[in-house]
Write a new protein. Structure first.
Ligand SMILES: O=C(CO)[C@H](O)[C@H](O)COP(=O)(O)O
Length: 215
């Protein structure tokens, strides 16, 4: 099977630490995600800085847009984002707005299914509108309460939609194999890399495990 892409969630608030972490893991990951707290704290200049430093990496800005989809996301696509996220709970008008903004820049949209009650319906409707990526996501607060994304991943991956399925929520070396086998096309890793003694070594291990599981 095709190797799933690896997305590094850059979740620090510190601008320089974020760029330094990106430098450490760059050889092993496909997508840099500027996490939601990070983009709120640092703003669009971080998008521009990472775009300039890494012209060939995919750059996802985790806006988790809830309203004013076209207006909010447009500026981030213009600054160099390849993918912006919009919340599934925002509704189809907002999702449609982000899709419109993405089209202007030949970019893509990820619908974050976090806290969406009917994920299958939201994924189907968002795919019909033109969203390219469905994000199965157990957030940090839900993880702290013991939740994992695997049941939702199985459900969304088995819908057979013409989209890529991304999964986030505490993915670590021990869960890479099941994540790949469940059909994830994009595997998001944050704490298991940035919280490791050597982020570069942790990213290298994740890359090897993903390659082995997809072989
Ligand atoms: O989007 C996020 C939180 O809302 C995180 O970036 C995502 O969950 C990945 O981080 P981790 O692997 O630590 O769960």
């Amino acid at each position: 099977m095709a190797r799933p892409l690896i997305q590094m969630a850059l979740d620090s608030l510190d601008f320089d630490q974020t760029v330094a972490l990106a430098d450490q893991v760059a050889p092993y990951v496909d997508i840099f995600e500027i996490g939601t707290p990070c983009i709120k704290y640092n703003g669009i200049n971080l998008v521009k800085a990472l775009r300039e430093r890494y012209p060939d990496k995919l750059l996802l800005v985790d806006l988790k847009t809830m309203d004013a989809g076209e207006y909010e996301a447009g500026a981030f696509y213009a600054a160099g984002a390849d993918i912006c996220t919009v919340l599934g709970v925002s509704g189809l008008a907002t999702i449609g707005g982000v899709i419109k903004a993405a089209k202007k820049h030949a970019a893509e949209v990820q619908v974050d299914l976090i806290n969406v009650p009917n994920k299958a319906e939201c994924a189907r409707e968002s795919a019909k509108l033109g969203a390219q990526i469905m994000g199965v996501h157990t957030g940090l607060d839900a993880q702290a309460a013991g939740q994992t994304p695997f049941t939702d991943l199985n459900e969304v991956a088995s819908l057979g939609l013409n989209v890529r399925v991304s999964v986030a929520g505490g993915i670590k070396p021990a869960t890479i194999d099941q994540t790949v086998k469940a059909g994830a096309n994009i595997i998001v890793v944050g704490a298991a890399i940035y919280g490791a003694p050597s982020p570069a070594e942790a990213a290298r291990e994740i890359r090897e495990l993903v390659e082995a599981a997809a072989a």
